[in-house]
Ligand binder design. Structure first.
Ligand code: ATR
Length: 297
C-alpha cells in the first residue's frame, strides 16, 4: 500500500502486538495500528499472526512466552479463546467473546471493544446518546451480541431484537436481560412499521448488503423508516449500503459502519498503550486502505 507519513522503525526495544485470525491476510488492523504507533511516537509494531484453530492454545501461550503487549483476535477465534485467558472484562464475560487481549506481566486479560466501539461511534458521529432510548437491533449473531450488551450496559431503555431465526433473537434478548437491560425478540417477518415507529434508532448487524452482494433491497422495507430515526449499518463496504441509502432518502440520520471499525481499534490501542488513540489518523489510514481495495477490484 501507499506509505503515509510517519513510518515506523523497528529496533531491539520494539514491542510487538498482533492480530490472530484465520485467514488474516485481509485484516485492516495492521495499517491502522502501525499508523497510530507512528503518530504517537510509540516503539511498537503490529503484525498479522495466521493462527489455525487447532493451534489457538499454543498461540495464546506464545503471547506470554514472546512477551507480546497483547493481541487482537478475530474470526474464528473470538469465542474459542475465552477459556485460555486469565480474566475477562464485564462486557466480554456477558458476550462470551473477546477481540482484544492485554498481557499484564503474564496475566492475560480478555476484552471486547466491538460494542463499546459502536457506541463511541454512535455518540461521536451521530450525536446519539443511547441512555433511555429504544433501539431496534437487526440480527442476533456475534456482532449483534456485542452491540446489544453494550447498549444495555449503557442504559438503553429497551432493545427490540429482530432476527431471521427467531430462536436466536430470543436468546439474545435473554442475554441482554442478564446484562441488566430490557429486551424483546421479534421474528423478521413479524416486524411491523408500528414496532419501528416506537424506536429511536435501528442498528443493522448482519452481512446483508455487504459487497460484492450490495445490489440488494434494504433488509427491512424503506416504508418502515420514519424521518426521526437514526439508521446505523455496521457493514462498511460499500460505505452506503442499500439500507443507508433508503434511510437517507427518507430523511433519516445515518451512521455508516466504518466508525465502529475505527473506534473498536482505538479502544484496543488505548488498552495496550494507556495513550489516547489518534482516531483521525487511524480513520484516514482505514479510508485509504478501503479506497485502494475498491480500486483494485
Ligand atoms: P457476525 O459475527 O458477523 O454477527 P454471525 O454470528 O454468523 O456473524 O451472525 C450472522 C447474523 O446475520 C445472524 O443474525 C443471521 O441470521 P440467522 O440467525 O437467522 O442466521 C444474519 N443473517 C445472515 N445472512 C442473512 C440473510 N440473508 N438474511 C437475514 N439475516 C441474515
Amino acid at each position: 500500500m501507499t506509505q503515509l507519513p510517519g513510518s515506523i522503525t523497528i529496533t531491539g526495544r520494539t514491542r510487538v502486538i498482533g492480530v490472530m485470525a484465520d485467514p488474516v491476510a485481509h485484516s485492516m488492523s495492521p495499517p491502522m495500528h502501525n499508523r497510530a504507533f507512528a503518530v504517537r511516537g510509540l516503539d511498537m509494531v503490529y503484525v498479522p499472526l495466521h493462527v489455525k484453530p487447532k493451534d489457538l492454545g499454543a498461540a495464546v501461550e506464545a503471547i506470554r512466552a514472546l512477551n507480546l503487549v497483547g493481541v487482537n483476535v478475530t474470526i474464528p477465534h473470538k469465542v474459542a479463546i475465552v477459556p485460555h485467558l486469565d480474566t475477562l472484562s464485564e462486557h466480554a464475560r456477558f458476550v462470551g467473546a473477546v477481540n482484544t487481549v492485554v498481557n499484564r506481566d503474564g496475566v492475560l486479560e480478555g476484552h471486547n471493544t466491538d460494542g463499546a466501539g459502536f457506541v463511541r461511534s454512535l455518540r461521536k458521529e451521530a450525536q446519539f446518546e443511547p441512555r433511555g432510548r429504544r433501539l431496534l437491533i437487526l440480527g442476533a449473531g456475534g456482532a449483534a451480541q456485542a452491540i446489544a450488551v453494550q447498549l444495555a450496559l449503557e442504559g438503553a431503555s429497551e432493545l427490540i431484537i429482530a432476527n431471521r431465526t427467531f430462536e436466536k433473537a430470543v436468546q439474545l434478548a435473554e442475554l441482554v436481560e442478564r446484562a441488566g437491560g430490557r429486551a424483546r425478540a421479534v421474528a423478521f417477518n413479524e416486524l411491523t412499521a408500528q414496532v419501528v415507529a416506537e424506536c429511536d434508532a435501528v442498528v443493522h448487524t448482519t452481512s446483508w448488503g455487504m459487497a460484492p452482494e450490495s445490489d440488494v433491497p434494504p433488509i427491512i422495507p424503506a416504508e418502515m423508516l420514519h424521518a426521526d430515526l437514526l439508521v446505523c449499518d455496521i457493514v462498511y463496504t460499500p460505505r452506503e449500503t442499500s439500507l443507508l441509502r433508503a434511510a437517507r432518502e427518507r430523511g433519516c440520520a445515518v451512521l455508516p459502519g466504518v466508525g465502529m471499525l475505527v473506534e473498536q481499534a482505538a479502544l484496543a490501542f488505548e488498552l495496550w498503550t494507556g495513550v489516547e488513540a489518534p482516531v483521525d489518523a487511524m480513520r484516514e489510514t482505514l479510508e485509504q486502505v478501503l479506497a485502494e481495495r475498491a480500486e483494485a477490484k
